[in-house]
Write a protein that binds this ligand. Structure first.
Ligand SMILES: C[S@@+](CC[C@H](N)C(=O)[O-])C[C@H]1O[C@@H](n2cnc3c(N)ncnc32)[C@H](O)[C@@H]1O
Length: 298
């Protein structure tokens, strides 16, 4: 049966029928055949942005939904949220009667704006405009780190130094948040500093997550979308955030942007940070995003 011109999922499935070693080149060929996008990765979190289209996706909705049970408070509360994005995580999460404070830690100048729009009037939102690795933060009831720790390279300064990066690492970031409950949402992708540029394992890991899982999920949402503007943004996400991520296998470490871990490596990191895993689960049918519910050990 001929594939409708606007369908992307069959084109991604065609790639996945190839031997795994041939898939990256085919994925980049599909990327080059799609119309280029104009928006730089993680630059815009406004209503018409790619991030907002992503936050409406099946992948993101599953993740945000999984946080809800942990964001119910019986009295005034304080939450630290690291990386506010467009605030969509908070949409419908709190009752109208909620009273409390959300401290958003985000170096983006508008990093708390989206959260402010999404929470009830009785909830104050304050913005700490700094990267979490250097921020001084108050104690909180809950800390939420959703899709943000992957922006921080490596385990710690020592590991980063070994790889030529003068930056704090994920353990330094986790040490900044103090709360009895810590929610971390991250994808199951190994692409951190221990995989060097040009390593074929890195390319394979990126293909596994960004093409075989992220790519398939976004292409499926694209094909099911009924609005032209959503479809256009999902096609750009597929092009630049999914297939285009394969380019990151060759760029210098400092330009990689995303330094993810797979599930076993995240679990090792949490143990090293002194955090006990209370619960964890994949939150989408593609087994890409995982929610970790953590609590200080001892
Ligand atoms: C992918 S968005 C995730 C937004 C939101 N937490 C969610 O789950 O939808 C990442 C956010 O983290 C912020 N960010 C990036 N690096 C950061 C850092 N080192 N410390 C704190 N926030 C950071 C970005 O500006 C952006 O708002």
């Amino acid at each position: 049966m001929p594939v409708p011109a606007h369908s992307l999922l069959p084109r991604v499935h065609e790639i996945l029928r190839l031997p795994r070693g041939e898939q990256p080149a085919a994925a980049l060929a599909l990327r080059d055949a799609l119309p280029p996008g104009q928006e730089a990765w993680n630059s815009d979190f406004g209503p018409g942005s790619l991030f907002t289209a992503f936050s409406d996706s099946t992948l993101a909705r599953g993740l945000y939904e999984a946080n809800r049970p942990y964001l119910r408070f019986t009295g005034p509360f304080r939450v630290i949220e690291v990386g506010g994005g467009n605030g969509r995580l908070w949409r419908g999460a709190l009752p109208a009667s909620a009273r409390g404070e959300i401290v958003v830690v985000d170096p983006h100048p508008r990093g708390a704006d989206g959260v402010r729009v999404e929470v009830p009037r009785g909830v104050t939102v304050t913005h700490v405009r700094e990267p979490v690795e250097s921020a001084r933060l108050p104690d909180a009831d809950v800390a939420v780190l959703s899709l943000v720790l992957h922006h921080v390279p490596g385990r710690d300064r020592a590991q980063n130094r070994q790889h030529g990066l003068a930056r704090a690492g994920k353990l330094d970031a986790l040490a900044r948040v103090r709360a009895p409950l810590v929610l971390v949402n991250e994808a199951d992708i190994h692409c951190d500093v221990d995989l060097a540029p040009g390593d074929t394992v890195l390319l394979e890991r990126l293909c596994d997550s960004y093409v075989r899982r992220f790519g398939v999920a976004i292409a499926a949402d694209h094909d099911a979308a009924t609005r032209d503007d959503s479809r256009a943004r999902l096609a750009t996400i597929l092009r630049d955030w999914a297939l285009g991520q394969l380019d990151k296998a060759a760029v210098p470490l400092a330009a990689r942007d995303v330094y993810e871990l797979d599930v076993p490596r995240w679990l090792d990191l949490f143990a090293a940070a002194g955090l006990r895993v209370v619960d964890r689960r994949f939150t989408d049918p593609y087994m890409l995003f995982c929610q970790y519910v953590l609590s200080p050990a001892g």
